[in-house]
Design a protein around this ligand. Structure first.
Ligand code: HAM
Length: 416
């Protein structure tokens, strides 16, 4: 049997791969405007990192993590998300001491052994942003504004943000008891995993894929302490001031353990059941709980696979050559090869098939390539020292130009 790819893992072919690259380029531009710098974190970390940060009772850690014992007997895991690695690096590399804002972004593949379906893969790409060391509501408003700028730049304008506050540890301590009492009362209706984990972490039932939807309408709601309520109100004011469309969704709890206060998601109904394009929130206690300084933080991660799906009806950027060079006679091959180099040196994307093939076959390749012009060199052109330019996309007659003038003439034509 031929070797095939694993379920949930896929090849990204053009033009999808180009769509990914365009999203990444848009993200880098936006990050630069907001003072974010790139952090490249390892793909594999100690398993303990994710257990302690993402959370022992989360679906990600309980069911979806690719973890194994390595040759040295260490328990390691392939990263299911980027935030824990960024926090570990922040602590390990003493980034709080640099005197600069700790605003980092990362672009990389994450791995979760979820059941694959449309928009849900076992290997997927995230673009993430983390701002560590700023507790103010301005940081919340800035990061959400930046996210929407990025989505707009990538081609998805006018997104609405779902917003909620999960309060601080204090708000949650009280809520935990109320929620637990409620969940105990309806234990028979809960799914098997939730029944097993409500005593350890009742909040997880609220983002469970099975129980979350019905609990959203019935379970008691969290009450914020005055400080958390004031923070949340200020975030909303600042978002309004920034012209950001949002709706407060008290059912939004997020599926990771480290969140405090503001949480948010951007969703799109066009994605079907896997509708979150991006999710994030504050994690004011995580850095300290992982052994670092007291450093409140906020961040988000965008699912590039899902964003690319939403943009699939738009023309993919680039990819096609502008010109396709053809040698219409055996002796013309070297000259044609030189023309390719001259065109590329002038910044014109140029391609060819095989100068040894028939004119007809090379023309067929030119037509399929998506190029705007075929550049032909045959016996006549060799003798006259010219190149023939044949428009492929628009109607028009072919014409000849002197060989040295071909790149500049093409540049003008392509830019007009
Ligand atoms: P998350 O909500 O688990 O958050 O993932 C963020 C985004 O990654 C999702 O909204 C979705 O677009 C994409 N995503 C997640 N799982 C899959 C999958 N199996 N297939 C395709 N796309 C997927 C986090 O990961 C947090 N680290 C975000 C964060 C950063 N919070 C604070 N800082």
């Amino acid at each position: 049997m031929a070797v095939h790819s694993l379920r949930g893992f896929r090849d990204l072919l053009p033009p999808d791969s180009e769509r990914f690259a365009a999203i990444e380029a848009a993200a880098r531009e936006v990050f630069a405007l907001y003072g974010y710098r790139e952090l490249r974190i390892p793909t594999i970390e100690m398993k303990e990192l994710f257990v302690k940060s993402t959370g022992e009772t989360t679906d990600i850690v309980e069911k979806e993590m690719y973890s194994f014992t390595d040759g040295g007997g260490r328990e390691v895991a392939v990263r299911p998300e980027g935030t824990p690695g960024v926090v570990r690096a922040y602590i390990e590399q003493n980034l709080s001491q640099s005197g600069r804002n700790a605003k980092f972004y990362y672009i990389g593949n994450m791995f979760r052994a979820e059941r694959p379906q449309a928009g849900r893969f076992r290997e997927f790409e995230q673009i993430g942003a983390e701002h560590i060391g700023n507790a103010s509501p301005f940081a919340d408003a800035e990061t959400i504004t930046m996210l929407l700028k990025l989505l707009e730049k990538a081609g998805l304008p006018d997104c609405t943000v779902d917003l909620n506050s999960l309060g601080c540890a204090e708000c949650r301590r009280n809520y935990r008891q109320t929620l637990l009492a409620y969940l105990r009362g309806c234990q028979a209706r809960l799914c098997e995993p939730c029944r097993g984990r409500i005593e350890r972490n009742p909040l997880r039932a609220l983002d469970c894929k099975i129980d979350g939807p019905w609990l959203a309408g019935t379970a008691p709601k969290l009450a914020l302490c005055p400080d958390c309520a004031a923070h949340f109100a200020r975030v909303q004011e600042l978002l309004k001031l920034s012209g950001i469309g949002f709706r407060v969704n008290p059912g939004l709890v997020r599926g990771l353990d480290y969140y405090t206060r503001t949480v948010f998601e951007v969703r799109s109904s066009a994605l079907g059941s896997q509708d979150a394009v991006c999710g994030g929130g504050r994690y004011d206690d995580l850095v300290k709980s992982m052994g670092g300084p007291s450093a409140p933080a906020i961040g988000w991660a965008l699912g590039v696979d899902r964003l690319a799906m939403l943009l699939k009806d738009r023309a993919a950027p680039g990819g096609d050559p502008a010109v396709f060079v053809i040698a219409a006679a055996k002796d013309a091959a070297d000259r044609a090869f030189r023309l390719l180099a001259d065109a590329r040196a002038a910044g014109i994307a140029a391609d060819f098939s095989d100068f040894g093939l028939s004119l007809k076959s090379q023309m067929r390749s030119a037509d399929k390539s998506g190029a705007s012009f075929a550049l032909l060199i045959g016996e006549d052109e060799l003798k006259a020292g010219t190149v023939t330019l044949k428009p492929l996309k628009e109607k028009g007659d072919q014409f000849s130009v002197p060989f040295p003038d071909a790149p500049s003439t093409l540049s003008k034509l392509l830019n007009s």
